[in-house]
Design a protein around this ligand. Structure first.
Ligand SMILES: Nc1nc2c(ncn2[C@@H]2O[C@H](COP(=O)(O)OP(=O)(O)OP(=O)(O)O)[C@@H](O)[C@H]2O)c(=O)[nH]1
Ligand SMILES: [Mg+2]
Length: 450
Protein backbone atom coordinates (compact mmCIF):
# COMPACT_ATOMS: atom_id res chain seq x y z
CA UNK A 1 0.00 0.00 0.00
CA UNK A 2 1.41 3.37 -1.01
CA UNK A 3 1.61 6.29 1.37
CA UNK A 4 -0.42 9.18 -0.02
CA UNK A 5 -0.40 12.92 0.57
CA UNK A 6 -2.66 15.81 -0.46
CA UNK A 7 -3.76 19.28 0.53
CA UNK A 8 -7.08 18.82 2.36
CA UNK A 9 -8.11 22.45 2.78
CA UNK A 10 -9.38 24.63 -0.10
CA UNK A 11 -6.74 26.12 -2.37
CA UNK A 12 -6.79 29.76 -1.31
CA UNK A 13 -5.44 32.20 1.21
CA UNK A 14 -6.55 31.67 4.80
CA UNK A 15 -5.31 31.48 8.39
CA UNK A 16 -4.05 27.93 8.07
CA UNK A 17 -3.98 25.12 5.52
CA UNK A 18 -3.66 21.41 6.12
CA UNK A 19 -1.70 18.77 4.27
CA UNK A 20 -2.32 15.18 5.21
CA UNK A 21 -0.33 12.03 4.72
CA UNK A 22 -1.70 8.51 5.16
CA UNK A 23 -0.19 5.07 4.79
CA UNK A 24 2.32 2.65 6.25
CA UNK A 25 5.24 5.07 5.78
CA UNK A 26 3.40 8.22 6.91
CA UNK A 27 5.70 8.77 9.92
CA UNK A 28 8.98 8.04 8.07
CA UNK A 29 8.10 10.24 5.08
CA UNK A 30 6.79 13.12 7.20
CA UNK A 31 9.85 12.85 9.46
CA UNK A 32 12.08 13.62 6.46
CA UNK A 33 10.56 17.10 6.26
CA UNK A 34 9.28 17.83 9.79
CA UNK A 35 11.64 18.74 12.63
CA UNK A 36 9.93 19.23 16.00
CA UNK A 37 11.40 22.10 18.05
CA UNK A 38 11.90 19.78 21.01
CA UNK A 39 13.47 17.05 18.89
CA UNK A 40 10.64 14.51 19.36
CA UNK A 41 10.31 12.01 16.51
CA UNK A 42 6.89 11.45 14.95
CA UNK A 43 7.19 7.69 15.37
CA UNK A 44 7.55 8.17 19.15
CA UNK A 45 4.45 10.36 19.47
CA UNK A 46 1.18 9.02 20.80
CA UNK A 47 -1.90 9.15 18.57
CA UNK A 48 -3.91 12.38 18.73
CA UNK A 49 -0.89 14.43 19.87
CA UNK A 50 0.72 17.40 18.14
CA UNK A 51 4.14 19.05 18.00
CA UNK A 52 5.27 22.47 16.85
CA UNK A 53 8.23 22.43 14.46
CA UNK A 54 9.55 23.41 11.05
CA UNK A 55 9.15 21.96 7.59
CA UNK A 56 12.58 21.71 6.01
CA UNK A 57 12.92 21.06 2.28
CA UNK A 58 16.15 21.05 0.22
CA UNK A 59 17.98 22.36 3.29
CA UNK A 60 15.67 25.38 3.59
CA UNK A 61 13.12 26.05 6.30
CA UNK A 62 9.79 26.44 4.52
CA UNK A 63 7.39 27.27 7.37
CA UNK A 64 6.70 26.77 11.05
CA UNK A 65 3.92 24.20 11.36
CA UNK A 66 2.03 21.89 13.70
CA UNK A 67 2.19 18.16 13.03
CA UNK A 68 -0.67 16.06 14.37
CA UNK A 69 -0.16 12.31 14.61
CA UNK A 70 -2.78 9.53 14.33
CA UNK A 71 -1.72 5.93 14.78
CA UNK A 72 -3.36 3.02 12.94
CA UNK A 73 -6.06 1.91 13.34
CA UNK A 74 -7.27 4.97 15.24
CA UNK A 75 -7.32 7.43 12.37
CA UNK A 76 -9.78 8.53 9.69
CA UNK A 77 -8.29 6.14 7.12
CA UNK A 78 -7.40 3.44 9.63
CA UNK A 79 -3.73 3.90 8.65
CA UNK A 80 -0.90 5.89 10.22
CA UNK A 81 -1.56 9.55 9.43
CA UNK A 82 0.19 12.87 9.88
CA UNK A 83 -1.65 16.14 9.43
CA UNK A 84 0.58 19.15 8.95
CA UNK A 85 -1.08 22.50 9.54
CA UNK A 86 0.95 25.28 7.95
CA UNK A 87 0.26 28.97 7.35
CA UNK A 88 -2.57 29.32 4.87
CA UNK A 89 -0.95 30.59 1.72
CA UNK A 90 -1.33 28.84 -1.62
CA UNK A 91 2.42 28.78 -2.29
CA UNK A 92 3.47 27.71 1.23
CA UNK A 93 0.92 24.88 1.25
CA UNK A 94 2.11 23.64 -2.13
CA UNK A 95 5.74 23.71 -0.88
CA UNK A 96 4.79 21.53 2.11
CA UNK A 97 3.00 19.08 -0.20
CA UNK A 98 5.95 19.10 -2.61
CA UNK A 99 8.38 18.31 0.24
CA UNK A 100 6.27 15.25 1.20
CA UNK A 101 6.00 14.04 -2.41
CA UNK A 102 9.77 14.46 -2.88
CA UNK A 103 10.28 12.41 0.28
CA UNK A 104 8.41 9.41 -1.09
CA UNK A 105 4.66 10.06 -0.73
CA UNK A 106 2.39 9.59 -3.76
CA UNK A 107 -0.13 12.21 -4.74
CA UNK A 108 -3.56 11.09 -3.43
CA UNK A 109 -6.28 10.47 -6.02
CA UNK A 110 -9.79 11.97 -5.75
CA UNK A 111 -11.46 10.85 -2.52
CA UNK A 112 -8.61 8.48 -1.75
CA UNK A 113 -8.50 9.19 2.00
CA UNK A 114 -12.23 8.45 2.30
CA UNK A 115 -11.90 5.43 0.03
CA UNK A 116 -9.18 4.02 2.29
CA UNK A 117 -11.40 4.72 5.31
CA UNK A 118 -14.12 2.63 3.63
CA UNK A 119 -11.75 -0.13 2.46
CA UNK A 120 -10.27 -0.41 5.97
CA UNK A 121 -13.73 -0.78 7.48
CA UNK A 122 -13.65 2.56 9.29
CA UNK A 123 -16.82 3.85 7.65
CA UNK A 124 -19.69 2.42 5.60
CA UNK A 125 -20.15 3.34 1.98
CA UNK A 126 -23.26 5.24 2.96
CA UNK A 127 -21.24 7.36 5.38
CA UNK A 128 -18.49 7.93 2.81
CA UNK A 129 -21.04 9.15 0.28
CA UNK A 130 -22.69 11.41 2.81
CA UNK A 131 -19.43 13.24 3.49
CA UNK A 132 -19.61 14.59 -0.08
CA UNK A 133 -23.22 15.61 0.43
CA UNK A 134 -22.45 17.25 3.77
CA UNK A 135 -19.62 19.31 2.33
CA UNK A 136 -21.73 20.52 -0.55
CA UNK A 137 -24.88 21.22 1.52
CA UNK A 138 -26.22 24.71 0.94
CA UNK A 139 -29.04 24.92 3.47
CA UNK A 140 -30.46 23.31 6.59
CA UNK A 141 -32.69 20.66 5.08
CA UNK A 142 -29.92 19.41 2.80
CA UNK A 143 -27.47 19.30 5.72
CA UNK A 144 -30.04 17.39 7.80
CA UNK A 145 -30.56 14.84 5.04
CA UNK A 146 -26.83 14.24 4.60
CA UNK A 147 -26.07 14.26 8.31
CA UNK A 148 -28.75 11.65 8.93
CA UNK A 149 -27.06 9.51 6.29
CA UNK A 150 -23.64 10.30 7.83
CA UNK A 151 -24.97 8.95 11.13
CA UNK A 152 -25.99 5.76 9.34
CA UNK A 153 -29.74 6.13 9.85
CA UNK A 154 -30.72 4.61 6.50
CA UNK A 155 -28.00 1.96 6.83
CA UNK A 156 -29.50 0.92 10.18
CA UNK A 157 -32.94 0.77 8.62
CA UNK A 158 -31.65 -1.45 5.80
CA UNK A 159 -29.98 -3.71 8.37
CA UNK A 160 -33.30 -4.08 10.19
CA UNK A 161 -35.00 -4.95 6.90
CA UNK A 162 -32.29 -7.50 6.17
CA UNK A 163 -33.03 -9.08 9.55
CA UNK A 164 -36.54 -9.90 8.32
CA UNK A 165 -34.93 -11.91 5.51
CA UNK A 166 -32.39 -13.51 7.85
CA UNK A 167 -35.20 -14.73 10.13
CA UNK A 168 -37.14 -16.06 7.18
CA UNK A 169 -34.06 -17.82 5.79
CA UNK A 170 -33.37 -19.48 9.11
CA UNK A 171 -36.97 -20.75 9.29
CA UNK A 172 -36.79 -22.06 5.72
CA UNK A 173 -33.43 -23.71 6.30
CA UNK A 174 -34.63 -25.38 9.50
CA UNK A 175 -37.55 -26.81 7.57
CA UNK A 176 -35.21 -28.26 4.92
CA UNK A 177 -32.43 -29.41 7.28
CA UNK A 178 -34.68 -31.17 9.81
CA UNK A 179 -37.63 -32.47 7.80
CA UNK A 180 -38.35 -35.29 10.23
CA UNK A 181 -38.14 -33.28 13.40
CA UNK A 182 -40.73 -31.19 15.04
CA UNK A 183 -39.94 -28.00 13.14
CA UNK A 184 -43.14 -26.23 12.15
CA UNK A 185 -43.26 -25.77 8.41
CA UNK A 186 -43.93 -22.30 7.20
CA UNK A 187 -46.79 -21.71 4.83
CA UNK A 188 -46.67 -19.77 1.56
CA UNK A 189 -49.15 -17.37 3.13
CA UNK A 190 -46.79 -16.68 6.02
CA UNK A 191 -43.86 -16.15 3.64
CA UNK A 192 -46.04 -13.91 1.51
CA UNK A 193 -46.97 -11.76 4.51
CA UNK A 194 -43.41 -11.33 5.69
CA UNK A 195 -42.04 -10.50 2.23
CA UNK A 196 -44.92 -8.15 1.37
CA UNK A 197 -44.37 -6.28 4.59
CA UNK A 198 -40.71 -5.85 3.69
CA UNK A 199 -41.54 -4.80 0.15
CA UNK A 200 -43.97 -2.15 1.41
CA UNK A 201 -41.15 -0.66 3.45
CA UNK A 202 -38.83 -0.61 0.44
CA UNK A 203 -41.59 0.95 -1.61
CA UNK A 204 -41.97 3.72 0.93
CA UNK A 205 -38.27 4.58 0.56
CA UNK A 206 -38.69 4.58 -3.22
CA UNK A 207 -41.76 6.83 -3.12
CA UNK A 208 -40.12 9.35 -0.81
CA UNK A 209 -37.06 9.60 -2.98
CA UNK A 210 -38.59 12.36 -5.11
CA UNK A 211 -38.47 14.59 -2.05
CA UNK A 212 -34.85 13.74 -1.41
CA UNK A 213 -34.11 14.60 -5.05
CA UNK A 214 -35.75 17.99 -4.65
CA UNK A 215 -33.83 18.69 -1.43
CA UNK A 216 -30.52 17.88 -3.10
CA UNK A 217 -31.08 19.34 -6.56
CA UNK A 218 -33.93 21.84 -6.31
CA UNK A 219 -37.28 21.67 -8.04
CA UNK A 220 -36.96 22.75 -11.67
CA UNK A 221 -39.52 25.53 -11.79
CA UNK A 222 -40.29 27.48 -14.96
CA UNK A 223 -41.97 30.88 -14.93
CA UNK A 224 -44.01 30.84 -18.12
CA UNK A 225 -46.49 33.20 -19.76
CA UNK A 226 -47.11 35.87 -22.37
CA UNK A 227 -44.75 38.85 -22.63
CA UNK A 228 -45.01 41.63 -20.05
CA UNK A 229 -47.06 39.72 -17.48
CA UNK A 230 -44.29 40.17 -14.88
CA UNK A 231 -42.26 36.94 -15.06
CA UNK A 232 -38.88 38.61 -14.68
CA UNK A 233 -40.20 40.82 -11.88
CA UNK A 234 -41.14 37.63 -9.99
CA UNK A 235 -37.75 36.07 -10.75
CA UNK A 236 -36.03 39.09 -9.22
CA UNK A 237 -38.36 39.15 -6.24
CA UNK A 238 -37.79 35.48 -5.37
CA UNK A 239 -34.05 35.51 -6.03
CA UNK A 240 -33.75 38.80 -4.17
CA UNK A 241 -31.55 40.36 -6.82
CA UNK A 242 -31.71 41.98 -10.23
CA UNK A 243 -31.14 38.72 -12.08
CA UNK A 244 -33.42 39.45 -15.07
CA UNK A 245 -33.97 42.70 -16.94
CA UNK A 246 -37.43 44.17 -16.33
CA UNK A 247 -38.98 46.75 -18.68
CA UNK A 248 -42.46 47.61 -19.86
CA UNK A 249 -41.50 46.55 -23.38
CA UNK A 250 -43.05 43.17 -24.28
CA UNK A 251 -40.35 40.70 -25.32
CA UNK A 252 -37.67 41.93 -22.90
CA UNK A 253 -36.47 38.47 -21.87
CA UNK A 254 -35.16 36.59 -24.89
CA UNK A 255 -33.45 33.61 -23.32
CA UNK A 256 -33.94 31.38 -20.28
CA UNK A 257 -32.32 32.66 -17.10
CA UNK A 258 -31.70 30.25 -14.21
CA UNK A 259 -31.10 30.80 -10.53
CA UNK A 260 -30.90 28.45 -7.54
CA UNK A 261 -33.02 29.82 -4.72
CA UNK A 262 -34.60 28.69 -1.47
CA UNK A 263 -38.23 29.76 -1.67
CA UNK A 264 -39.99 29.42 1.68
CA UNK A 265 -38.52 26.08 2.64
CA UNK A 266 -38.20 24.60 -0.84
CA UNK A 267 -35.06 24.73 -2.99
CA UNK A 268 -35.88 25.71 -6.55
CA UNK A 269 -33.94 25.88 -9.74
CA UNK A 270 -35.99 28.85 -10.92
CA UNK A 271 -36.09 29.53 -14.65
CA UNK A 272 -37.31 32.84 -16.06
CA UNK A 273 -38.33 32.35 -19.68
CA UNK A 274 -39.01 34.49 -22.72
CA UNK A 275 -42.66 35.56 -23.07
CA UNK A 276 -44.52 33.22 -25.43
CA UNK A 277 -46.19 34.89 -28.44
CA UNK A 278 -46.43 34.70 -32.22
CA UNK A 279 -43.65 36.83 -33.62
CA UNK A 280 -41.59 37.43 -36.75
CA UNK A 281 -38.54 38.40 -34.73
CA UNK A 282 -35.98 35.64 -35.30
CA UNK A 283 -34.42 35.80 -31.82
CA UNK A 284 -37.72 36.05 -29.99
CA UNK A 285 -39.03 33.08 -31.96
CA UNK A 286 -36.15 30.92 -30.74
CA UNK A 287 -36.76 32.22 -27.20
CA UNK A 288 -40.45 31.31 -27.41
CA UNK A 289 -39.64 27.78 -28.60
CA UNK A 290 -37.15 27.41 -25.78
CA UNK A 291 -39.79 28.53 -23.24
CA UNK A 292 -42.18 25.83 -24.47
CA UNK A 293 -39.48 23.17 -24.19
CA UNK A 294 -38.59 24.27 -20.66
CA UNK A 295 -42.25 24.21 -19.63
CA UNK A 296 -42.47 20.61 -20.87
CA UNK A 297 -39.44 19.40 -18.91
CA UNK A 298 -40.02 21.43 -15.72
CA UNK A 299 -41.15 19.78 -12.46
CA UNK A 300 -43.35 22.78 -11.66
CA UNK A 301 -44.73 25.57 -13.85
CA UNK A 302 -45.57 29.04 -12.60
CA UNK A 303 -48.06 29.95 -15.34
CA UNK A 304 -48.43 33.70 -15.05
CA UNK A 305 -51.32 35.86 -16.22
CA UNK A 306 -51.71 39.62 -16.05
CA UNK A 307 -54.91 40.12 -14.03
CA UNK A 308 -55.20 43.74 -15.14
CA UNK A 309 -56.37 42.53 -18.55
CA UNK A 310 -58.42 39.67 -20.01
CA UNK A 311 -56.83 36.36 -20.87
CA UNK A 312 -55.92 36.04 -24.56
CA UNK A 313 -56.41 33.12 -26.92
CA UNK A 314 -52.66 32.76 -27.08
CA UNK A 315 -52.53 32.33 -23.30
CA UNK A 316 -55.32 29.75 -23.40
CA UNK A 317 -53.28 27.86 -25.97
CA UNK A 318 -50.24 27.88 -23.69
CA UNK A 319 -52.38 26.57 -20.84
CA UNK A 320 -53.75 23.80 -23.00
CA UNK A 321 -50.28 22.72 -24.06
CA UNK A 322 -48.88 22.20 -20.54
CA UNK A 323 -49.47 19.55 -17.90
CA UNK A 324 -52.04 21.13 -15.54
CA UNK A 325 -50.99 18.85 -12.68
CA UNK A 326 -47.68 20.69 -12.62
CA UNK A 327 -49.18 24.18 -12.76
CA UNK A 328 -49.54 26.89 -10.17
CA UNK A 329 -51.54 29.64 -11.85
CA UNK A 330 -50.21 33.02 -10.82
CA UNK A 331 -52.55 35.99 -11.30
CA UNK A 332 -50.07 38.84 -11.20
CA UNK A 333 -50.59 42.58 -10.83
CA UNK A 334 -53.19 42.16 -8.14
CA UNK A 335 -52.30 45.73 -7.07
CA UNK A 336 -54.13 46.87 -10.22
CA UNK A 337 -57.01 44.36 -10.20
CA UNK A 338 -57.33 42.12 -7.11
CA UNK A 339 -60.44 40.14 -8.06
CA UNK A 340 -59.67 38.63 -11.44
CA UNK A 341 -61.99 35.64 -12.08
CA UNK A 342 -60.39 32.48 -13.39
CA UNK A 343 -62.73 29.62 -12.34
CA UNK A 344 -63.40 28.77 -15.97
CA UNK A 345 -59.75 27.75 -16.37
CA UNK A 346 -60.24 24.76 -14.08
CA UNK A 347 -56.90 24.95 -12.36
CA UNK A 348 -56.78 23.92 -8.73
CA UNK A 349 -53.71 25.82 -7.60
CA UNK A 350 -54.22 29.56 -8.01
CA UNK A 351 -52.35 32.37 -6.25
CA UNK A 352 -52.92 36.12 -6.64
CA UNK A 353 -49.79 38.19 -6.24
CA UNK A 354 -48.19 41.47 -7.08
CA UNK A 355 -44.64 40.77 -8.15
CA UNK A 356 -44.10 44.52 -7.99
CA UNK A 357 -45.11 45.04 -4.33
CA UNK A 358 -44.41 41.52 -3.06
CA UNK A 359 -48.01 41.00 -1.96
CA UNK A 360 -49.10 37.34 -1.98
CA UNK A 361 -45.58 35.96 -2.17
CA UNK A 362 -45.87 34.01 1.12
CA UNK A 363 -49.01 32.35 -0.18
CA UNK A 364 -47.14 31.34 -3.32
CA UNK A 365 -44.35 29.88 -1.16
CA UNK A 366 -46.92 27.87 0.82
CA UNK A 367 -48.48 26.58 -2.39
CA UNK A 368 -45.05 25.44 -3.62
CA UNK A 369 -44.37 23.70 -0.29
CA UNK A 370 -47.72 21.88 -0.56
CA UNK A 371 -46.93 20.90 -4.13
CA UNK A 372 -43.69 19.20 -3.06
CA UNK A 373 -45.33 17.77 0.05
CA UNK A 374 -42.29 18.56 2.14
CA UNK A 375 -44.49 18.37 5.24
CA UNK A 376 -44.44 14.58 4.93
CA UNK A 377 -40.77 14.52 5.94
CA UNK A 378 -41.18 16.80 8.94
CA UNK A 379 -41.97 13.85 11.17
CA UNK A 380 -38.64 12.15 10.60
CA UNK A 381 -39.37 10.20 7.41
CA UNK A 382 -36.27 8.41 6.26
CA UNK A 383 -34.85 9.69 2.97
CA UNK A 384 -32.17 8.17 0.79
CA UNK A 385 -29.24 10.49 0.30
CA UNK A 386 -27.90 9.39 -3.10
CA UNK A 387 -29.05 8.02 -6.44
CA UNK A 388 -26.87 4.96 -5.87
CA UNK A 389 -28.74 4.12 -2.67
CA UNK A 390 -32.00 4.61 -4.54
CA UNK A 391 -30.87 2.23 -7.32
CA UNK A 392 -29.99 -0.45 -4.73
CA UNK A 393 -33.41 -0.19 -3.08
CA UNK A 394 -35.20 -0.24 -6.43
CA UNK A 395 -33.28 -3.35 -7.49
CA UNK A 396 -34.10 -5.10 -4.18
CA UNK A 397 -37.77 -4.10 -4.51
CA UNK A 398 -37.92 -5.46 -8.06
CA UNK A 399 -36.33 -8.82 -7.14
CA UNK A 400 -38.53 -9.17 -4.08
CA UNK A 401 -41.65 -8.43 -6.12
CA UNK A 402 -40.64 -11.26 -8.48
CA UNK A 403 -40.29 -13.66 -5.53
CA UNK A 404 -43.68 -12.64 -4.17
CA UNK A 405 -45.27 -13.19 -7.58
CA UNK A 406 -43.69 -16.62 -8.10
CA UNK A 407 -44.16 -17.81 -4.55
CA UNK A 408 -46.51 -20.76 -5.15
CA UNK A 409 -44.56 -22.17 -8.09
CA UNK A 410 -40.99 -22.06 -6.76
CA UNK A 411 -39.42 -24.97 -4.80
CA UNK A 412 -38.15 -24.01 -1.37
CA UNK A 413 -34.42 -24.46 -2.14
CA UNK A 414 -34.71 -22.07 -5.09
CA UNK A 415 -36.73 -19.67 -2.95
CA UNK A 416 -33.86 -19.64 -0.45
CA UNK A 417 -31.39 -18.70 -3.21
CA UNK A 418 -33.69 -15.94 -4.44
CA UNK A 419 -34.00 -14.48 -0.96
CA UNK A 420 -30.21 -14.66 -0.50
CA UNK A 421 -29.89 -12.68 -3.73
CA UNK A 422 -32.07 -9.91 -2.28
CA UNK A 423 -29.90 -9.94 0.86
CA UNK A 424 -26.80 -9.48 -1.30
CA UNK A 425 -28.42 -6.56 -3.11
CA UNK A 426 -29.36 -4.89 0.18
CA UNK A 427 -25.80 -5.40 1.42
CA UNK A 428 -24.62 -3.15 -1.41
CA UNK A 429 -26.33 -0.29 0.40
CA UNK A 430 -23.72 -0.03 3.13
CA UNK A 431 -21.01 -1.33 0.82
CA UNK A 432 -20.61 -4.85 2.26
CA UNK A 433 -21.15 -6.54 -1.03
CA UNK A 434 -19.98 -4.21 -3.71
CA UNK A 435 -17.88 -4.44 -6.84
CA UNK A 436 -14.55 -2.60 -6.96
CA UNK A 437 -15.44 -0.62 -10.07
CA UNK A 438 -18.57 0.71 -8.35
CA UNK A 439 -16.43 1.81 -5.41
CA UNK A 440 -13.94 3.46 -7.78
CA UNK A 441 -16.70 5.29 -9.62
CA UNK A 442 -18.18 6.61 -6.36
CA UNK A 443 -14.89 7.98 -5.09
CA UNK A 444 -13.78 9.38 -8.43
CA UNK A 445 -16.45 12.06 -7.94
CA UNK A 446 -14.74 13.29 -4.78
CA UNK A 447 -12.11 16.04 -4.68
CA UNK A 448 -8.43 15.35 -4.10
CA UNK A 449 -7.71 15.70 -0.38
CA UNK A 450 -11.05 14.28 0.81
N1 LIG B 1 -48.52 47.15 -11.47
C1 LIG B 1 -47.74 46.10 -11.59
N2 LIG B 1 -46.83 46.05 -12.56
C2 LIG B 1 -46.03 44.95 -12.67
C3 LIG B 1 -46.16 43.87 -11.79
N3 LIG B 1 -45.26 42.94 -12.14
C4 LIG B 1 -44.58 43.43 -13.19
N4 LIG B 1 -45.04 44.65 -13.52
C5 LIG B 1 -44.59 45.52 -14.61
O1 LIG B 1 -44.87 44.87 -15.84
C6 LIG B 1 -43.85 45.16 -16.80
C7 LIG B 1 -43.30 43.89 -17.37
O2 LIG B 1 -42.58 43.20 -16.35
P1 LIG B 1 -41.53 42.06 -16.66
O3 LIG B 1 -41.18 41.44 -15.37
O4 LIG B 1 -40.40 42.57 -17.50
O5 LIG B 1 -42.44 41.10 -17.53
P2 LIG B 1 -42.03 39.76 -18.29
O6 LIG B 1 -43.17 38.84 -18.17
O7 LIG B 1 -40.70 39.28 -17.83
O8 LIG B 1 -41.92 40.24 -19.79
P3 LIG B 1 -41.07 39.61 -21.01
O9 LIG B 1 -39.68 39.45 -20.56
O10 LIG B 1 -41.22 40.63 -22.07
O11 LIG B 1 -41.72 38.33 -21.38
C8 LIG B 1 -42.83 46.02 -16.07
O12 LIG B 1 -43.09 47.37 -16.33
C9 LIG B 1 -43.08 45.69 -14.61
O13 LIG B 1 -42.71 46.76 -13.74
C10 LIG B 1 -47.16 43.95 -10.76
O14 LIG B 1 -47.36 43.05 -9.94
N5 LIG B 1 -47.91 45.08 -10.73
MG1 LIG C 1 -38.92 38.95 -18.76
Amino acid sequence: METIAAISTPIGVGGISMVRTSGPDAFEISQKVFKAHDGTLLKDMKGFTAKLGNVIHDGKCIDEVIALVFRAPKSFTGENMVQISCHGGIFITRCVLRSLLDSGASMAGPGEFTKRAFMNGKISLEKAESIMGLISSNYERERELNFSSYCGKSGNKIESLKNILIDLLSDLNAEIDYPDEDVPSISDKEIYNRLSDLNDKLNELIKNHDISYVIRNGLRTAIVGAPNVGKSTLMNLISNREKSIVTDIPGTTRDAIEENVIFGDVPLLLIDTAGIRETDDKIEKIGTERSKEIAKSADLIFMMLDSSREITNEELEILNSIDKNKVILILNKKDIKPDYKCDFLNISRVVRISAKTGEGIEELAREVSNFVNLSSIRNGTLLLATERQYDVIKKAFYELSKIINDLGSVPRDILIDMIKNVMDILSEFTGENIENDVVDSIFSKFCVGK
